[in-house]
Design a protein around this ligand. Sequence first.
Ligand code: PEP
Ligand code: MN
Length: 311
Amino acid sequence: MRIAGQVSIDDIPKVCPLVSRAANPQYGERGTRVVVVAGVRFGGERPVVIGGPCAVESHGQTVGLAHAVKRAGADMLRGGAYKPRTSPHDFQGSGLEGLCILSVARQETGLPIVTEVMDPRMVGEVARVADMLQVGSRNMHNYALLAEVGRAGKPILLKRGMSASLCEWLGAAEYIAKQGNLDIVLCERGIRGFPSGEYSRYVLDLNVIPAAKMLTFLPVVVDPSHATGVSAMVEPASRAALEMGSHGLLIEVADLVFGEPKCDGLQAIDSATLGRIVSFAREKQAVSSQESGVRSTEGIQPTPALNATVA
Ligand code: PEP
Ligand code: MN
């Protein structure tokens, strides 16, 4: 039986010709497009670790955490100035003031910043500060926003919709790519399953990491914080994600000296735990470089017009 609107994995090269591995043979079976964000390389041998608060709440909290994230050895700072909240009555982020705070945090620590943009009308404003624009899980299907961020001239962290299939996720990436921007990093952040909310917030879909890598050459990272919703699960989930081939991690960090976080405090880890995760990521990198030797990718030519680097 044929059903309207159904897309299968076999259709990916046709549906997503810009981001599909099969439609871009220059990447071969294992090549990854390296996405560079202010000198930080996603998709190379070295997993990228991003840490920071769920939300930018104040200057002291975000700049203080940025220093802690830097000391822990992480590569980038995260933090939402605009927050997608279930209730419109809850804290929605600190907006433009939050963007200014992020900019100070980068100035003081040198850490590149990733922050979420929710509204197509705000893309320019957010892109002025962010080194990388985050499209959140709830907006993965927002095609107007995807097109707008695709035109912003910044790398994109594209979170998987909480109920999105792999085909839908890659379709969302294709919307960004269609605007001429292939600097896209996919981020698995947990999907809704029947036990969601019983013992964890979502179900961390580790299997999607190798599956996505088979179907696309874009780097794939994991957010173990939203996937689990439980701070004690974040460290083992981070290790598991790296074992499954994740190119990096996006992790929420808090410190009670700055007060109880306004959102997602129960899933935040402290900077000492972040430090252990960074050490694991660095050991993992050392082992995988030894195992693969120098996996030469020099011969793989990126599509010239798109000016890609391949690892
Ligand atoms: C976030 O990373 O700040 C966030 C809101 O995550 P998600 O979109 O995955 O829920
Ligand atoms: Mn959060």
